[in-house]
Design a protein around this ligand. Structure first.
Ligand SMILES: Cc1cc2nc3c(=O)[nH]c(=O)nc-3n(C[C@H](O)[C@H](O)[C@H](O)COP(=O)(O)OP(=O)(O)OC[C@H]3O[C@@H](n4cnc5c(N)ncnc54)[C@H](O)[C@@H]3O)c2cc1C
Length: 369
């Protein structure tokens, strides 16, 4: 029997779910995606996938993020994603002081053992950093090179997966929907009924569930970044991402685009206003590493809204007491890394596969009341 599935939200969670729902030739799904897209975090994101040297002590989050990084690489490979959407060029993490770099290296050696995707982490000197990223004039500090680190373009990644799914069983509808009950959605004045609904609604998940009197522990966070056009013949292919201590991140893309970002504003709610003062601060960071970057070099300034829970952990699963409603949100600032695995697990649940969510998260009731 055909199962009608709705996905609300077309960011990384929704798009990856659509991809997985289109992959199983034995399952019979008819999938509809509804997406408003305004303020979407995925489209605004910087694109760094490199969770392994995070100092977060939350083991469940680390499992989710490291399995997520591995899954992103697998999806990119199996769907033949091009370099603009996903590139595994490594990441460089610098530290001002030698002791904290050594401490990070120790963590790396420990984590390498159970995370093959990370690769073998190496010390990298200031001069070696300049060789890998020649546009950098003044890397002031030495760092570590993480070969498994990658960058993705959230928007291109989603488009690529949606194109695959649309050839099979996916229809996409633009605009905002309301949830009427566990199985019905209001879209452009009409009611649509589904067997199951996936809420991939990011920071807006609290709002959409309020109608069903379900309250989520979730808050929005504003993020802004800039894209610079650097006409510079020192751009080379395959430059890694650079994550300097106490500076914004530095993400070279292709041969002339550089992304600098991103900010984390907890007190601006869903505001999407583009702040000039933030652009200036981001350009200043760029100038700490390369010479003569000007505000005129900015080709795009992006703003998006991340979703955070109180313990900074994503959560996913069936909403307790609502067997046809599934959710995955609270991805915070590493949602391009965790989003794909969050969706794959949701789709596994929909396909009645046995999975152990305890390794990845606290009980879902922690985040819902
Ligand atoms: C500036 C910035 C930089 C970032 N950098 C990184 C990074 O380098 N690495 C990393 O791993 N992560 C990064 N992140 C975090 C990451 O982007 C997010 O965690 C992730 O994209 C969230 O994905 P999502 O699918 O849950 O939500 P979103 O991408 O926000 O998608 C949710 C979608 O649901 C739609 N929606 C909501 N309600 C409705 C409704 N009622 N009807 C219709 N549609 C609806 C929205 O319009 C939106 O399109 C960054 C985020 C920002 C903002």
């Amino acid at each position: 029997m055909v199962q009608k599935i709705a996905i609300i939200g077309g960011g990384i969670v929704g798009s990856t779910a659509a991809y997985y729902l289109s992959q199983d030739e034995y399952a019979n799904f008819e999938v509809s995606m509804f997406d408003e897209g305004i303020g979407q975090a995925t489209k605004a994101a910087a694109g760094i996938i490199s969770p392994w040297l995070s100092k977060r002590r939350n083991k469940k989050w680390f499992r989710l993020a490291s399995d997520g990084a591995e899954l992103v690489a697998k999806i990119a490979q199996e769907t033949k994603m091009n370099d603009d959407a996903y590139a595994n060029n490594g990441t460089i993490i610098t530290r001002k002081n030698k002791e904290s770099l050594d401490e990070l290296y120790k963590i790396a050696l420990e984590r390498e053992k159970s995370n093959p995707q990370m690769g073998s982490v190496q010390y990298i000197s200031k001069d070696e950093i300049k060789n890998l990223i020649p546009i950098i004039k003044n890397s002031p500090y030495d760092g570590l090179f993480v070969p498994g680190g990658s960058r993705i373009d959230g928007n291109l990644y989603c488009q690529h997966l949606l194109n695959i799914a649309m050839k099979r069983n996916l229809s996409i509808y633009k605009g905002k929907v309301k949830l009427i009950n566990d199985n019905q959605i209001l879209y452009k004045g009409k009611i649509f009924t589904f067997d199951k609904i996936i809420l991939a609604t990011g920071a807006w998940s609290k709002e959409i569930l309020a109608n069903l009197k379900i309250n989520l522990n979730l808050r929005p966070q504003k993020g802004q970044l800039i894209e610079l056009r650097i006409a510079n013949n020192e751009f080379i292919n395959k430059m890694p991402v650079m994550m300097p201590e106490s500076e914004y991140d530095f993400i070279p893309v292709g041969r002339e685009k550089l992304i600098i970002g991103a900010t984390h504003d907890n007190d601006q709610g869903f505001d999407l206003k583009h702040e000039k003062s933030v652009d200036i601060a981001l350009v200043k960071t760029a100038n700490n590493l390369i010479n003569n970057v000007k505000a005129n070099d900015i080709i795009l300034s992006k703003v998006g809204t991340r979703a955070y829970t109180d313990d900074f952990s994503p959560f996913l699963g069936m909403i307790p007491g609502h067997p046809s409603l599934f959710i995955g949100t609270g991805l915070g600032s590493s949602g391009l890394t965790t989003g794909p695995i969050v969706s794959k697990l949701i789709v596994d649940l929909i396909k009645n596969k046995k999975i152990d969510l305890n390794q990845y998260q606290k009980p879902i009731s922690t985040y819902i009341n």
